[in-house]
Design a binder for this molecule. Structure first.
Ligand SMILES: *Cc1c(COP(=O)(O)O)cnc(C)c1O
Length: 407
């Protein structure tokens, strides 16, 4: 008789995993809607949403159905062939957005890598070698490949790996004059998040985005919106650009688009897409039938007035309660964001202590996120029940009360 394998425990992480993460002390094993259960059977409320990924919560019945139905048909076929779910999803995205062409891949970083390579390629083909500069904002985040960390404006992610890709300039977010000063005929693209997510839920100003669009047109530069975090209903519009009425040339979408199944997309026009001719770019898994079947079902559900208006209504509930808690306990100085991408800025005495707030919430069986050291981030399911919001906010208030009275 073989010995029963030892039970899986959190300590196994430290023994077997590359130490590039520091996960919480418990192991989630099951989720349903906006509730998660850990190994000990403890039930948690989920306001983290897998970092703005679980757009319809856990195990949404229509996503489970789409995934399992496709799982019995065809999992993977490669891009030597196309497949029905890919084409169905591409058509849905084209119908719903500015885009005329879609490229599928598997993560936000890969979607941005494709966007940056496409922008460089277009400039190279149309204008020649000199037009290769990419401008991005300080504190932006675009993924963890070497090109995407180099483009993003946070040296903590890009330093320490040797020479970086060249031709990248960083500017201050929301400073149009600063951008104008560095743009030239050498600029091939400007890339922005409509709301800077990872660095603290900082929304772009309307006039800034309009001005950036004008400057891009003036200098024959492409405007890329990284909507990896803001896309797919997260802000209460299908994509955040729709709220602003500022249309990009290239848009990247990931995180929420698969509701937890890894899939990402780069959206663009047919004129730009033509520069990615056969063989210029590719990926083995991109557009695989499982991911596309799930994303197609997800967008069908999310892109409805009920769900999108519901996101806006839920925002108001969170904002009102968090604002009141901020005043009562002196913990927050500002509540930012749109839809269900909400950042609570810690007040002066609590700067740098977002990690402590997360730990206190976890003790009350609540999952929340941080966005940098000074901001507590909420990115729950877009269809989270009001009862779950209420229960989660009660747990959050208990955590905040405990934390602030302990001093
Ligand atoms: C999360 C994120 C990415 C990276 O996505 P991955 O799937 O982790 O590669 C890129 N851009 C933004 C704005 C993000 O929030």
């Amino acid at each position: 008789m073989s010995a029963k394998p030892a039970p899986i425990q959190r300590a196994d992480f430290d023994q077997f995993m590359v130490p590039n993460y520091a996960p919480a002390p418990f192991i989630p094993v099951r989720g349903l809607g906006s509730r998660v259960w850990d190994q000990s059977g403890r039930e948690l409320v989920d306001f983290a949403g897998g970092i703005a990924v679980n757009a319809l919560g856990h195990c949404h019945p229509r996503l489970v159905e789409a995934l399992t139905e496709q799982a019995g048909k065809l999992w993977h076929i490669s891009n030597v062939f196309t497949n029905e779910p890919t084409l169905r999803l591409a058509k849905r995205l084209v119908d719903a957005t500015f885009a005329e062409r879609v490229f599928f891949c598997n993560s936000g970083a890969e979607a941005n890598e494709a966007a940056f390579k496409l922008a460089r390629r277009v400039a190279h083909d149309r204008f020649g070698e000199d037009k290769h500069e990419i401008i991005s904002a300080y504190n932006s985040f675009h993924g963890r490949t070497f090109f995407t960390v180099s483009v993003a404006g946070q040296t903590k992610y890009s330093d320490g790996f040797g020479p970086k890709p060249q031709g990248i300039t960083h500017v201050t977010y929301n400073d149009l004059a600063g951008l104008e000063a560095v743009m030239s005929d050498r600029t091939c693209a400007v890339v922005l998040e409509p709301i800077q997510g990872e660095s603290g839920i900082r929304p772009a100003d309307q006039a800034y985005l309009e001005g950036v669009r004008r400057l891009c047109d003036k200098h024959n530069a492409l405007l890329i919106f990284d909507e990896v975090q803001t896309g797919v209903g997260r802000t209460g519009d299908l994509y955040a650009y729709m709220h602003h009425g500022v249309v990009p040339d290239i848009l990247t979408s990931a995180k929420g688009i698969g509701g937890g199944f890894p899939i990402a997309a780069m959206l663009t026009t047919s004129a730009l897409a033509a520069h990615f001719s056969v063989g210029v770019h590719g990926t083995t898994y991109g557009g695989n039938p499982l991911g596309c079947a799930v994303a197609d079902a997800l967008i069908e559900i999310v892109n409805t007035p009920e769900v999108l208006n519901g996101v806006k209504a839920r925002h108001e509930i969170f904002r009102a309660r968090l604002q009141r808690m901020g005043e009562q306990y002196g913990l927050f100085s500002e509540i930012r964001g749109r839809g269900l991408l909400i950042g609570a800025q810690l007040s002066e005495p609590w700067l740098g202590k977002a990690g402590q707030v997360l730990a206190a919430a976890e003790k009350e069986a609540l999952m929340v996120l941080q966005a940098g050291p000074d901001v507590v981030r909420f990115a729950p399911s877009l269809v989270i029940d009001e009862a779950d919001i209420d229960e989660g906010l009660q747990r959050f208030e208990r955590a905040v009360a405990r934390l602030t009275t302990q001093g």
